[in-house]
Design a protein around this ligand. Structure first.
Ligand code: ZN
Ligand code: ZN
Length: 293
């Protein structure tokens, strides 16, 4: 199994000279199993370039797992060129919307309304299949097993663990680890903390020992003071999860849109300096870079 980042940016695409090294496209990860099955995690703007490359390999079957339907994770779907070409197959997986109770079909059909896009869903020439999945469900694609878990964000967000070819990765999508809103002297503090501890235990258990943990690390701890509740985590929270789950490599992603390449590298250097005795690699997710285990 190998994987490649096609988009690593959070919230909004940010092309330009200050993001040219790590990339400005929003979330998209391509996974290839040793049998060449194609699994894609999220369909942010990065999936456009992936689609262009796949035009050299038609016909294709793409299994696309959506963490959640915020724009930066689905916006590239209507621009994924293989969906317009007969013979290709697109299988979309994702959770039920907790508010509207609609399935994952909404990720595409909301965007293909006349008000937002010139081509309608009926005009797509590829075969498109929708699979609405439940938290905890495991889906098998060839030799790969993909297991979902509900992670806290604003609205529903699935983290996915992918196991294949004796290798494993975990992608959080957007994830703000739960925190206790009560003070230790409040009567609800202990109950709330017990719930948070249980939830973290379940998450760490599914992340346990993965070769690659790809985690939302949008903010510094300092920035987080004013962005608590916005649905994203920090660099230090990512390190905490990596240590608890004993992962081999930690990839930091969902780079904050105003973060320049230089700032990312400076933060990365500080993380390494401040954590001299960790036994996993800390890596900045970088668009266009293929990662082998
Ligand atoms: Zn996002
Ligand atoms: Zn989000």
């Amino acid at each position: 199994m190998k994987f490649k980042f096609w988009g690593v940016r959070g919230s909004i695409a940010t092309p330009g000279p200050s993001t040219v090294k790590y990339g400005g496209n929003t979330t998209c990860i391509e996974i290839r199993t040793d049998d060449d099955d194609l699994i894609i995690l999220d369909a942010g703007t990065g999936i456009h370039m992936l689609g262009q490359q796949l035009l050299q390999q038609l016909p294709i079957t793409a299994h696309i797992f959506i963490t959640h339907t915020h724009w930066d994770h689905i916006q590239g779907l209507p621009f994924f060129a293989p969906i317009f070409i007969p013979g290709n197959s697109l299988k979309l997986f994702g959770g039920l919307d907790p508010v509207t109770h609609e399935g994952i079909e909404r990720a595409l059909n909301v965007q293909l309304q006349d008000s937002y896009f010139p081509v309608s869903e009926a005009e797509l020439n590829a075969s498109v299949e929708y699979n609405t999945i439940k938290a905890g469900e495991t889906i098998r694609i060839g030799n790969a097993e993909i297991t979902s878990i509900l992670l806290s964000h604003s609205g529903l967000n699935f983290g996915y663990r992918v196991d294949c070819d004796h290798q494993s990765l975990f992608f959080t999508g957007d994830y703000e680890p739960l925190h206790n809103i009560y003070r230790p002297e409040d009567s609800q503090y202990a109950t709330s903390q017990a719930f948070i501890d249980d939830k973290l235990k379940d998450i760490i258990s599914l992340m346990q020992g993965v070769d690659a943990l790809i985690m939302d690390a949008s903010y510094t701890t300092e920035e987080y003071q004013t962005k608590t509740g916005w649905g994203h985590g920090t660099y230090n929270l990512a390190l905490k999860h990596a240590a608890l789950a004993k992962v081999k490599k930690l990839f930091l992603t969902h780079h904050e849109p105003t973060r320049t390449d230089q700032q990312l590298e400076s933060i990365h250097q500080q993380l390494i300096t401040n954590n001299p005795v960790i036994n996993y690699d800390i890596i900045l997710a970088q668009e266009g870079v293929e990662n082998v285990f």
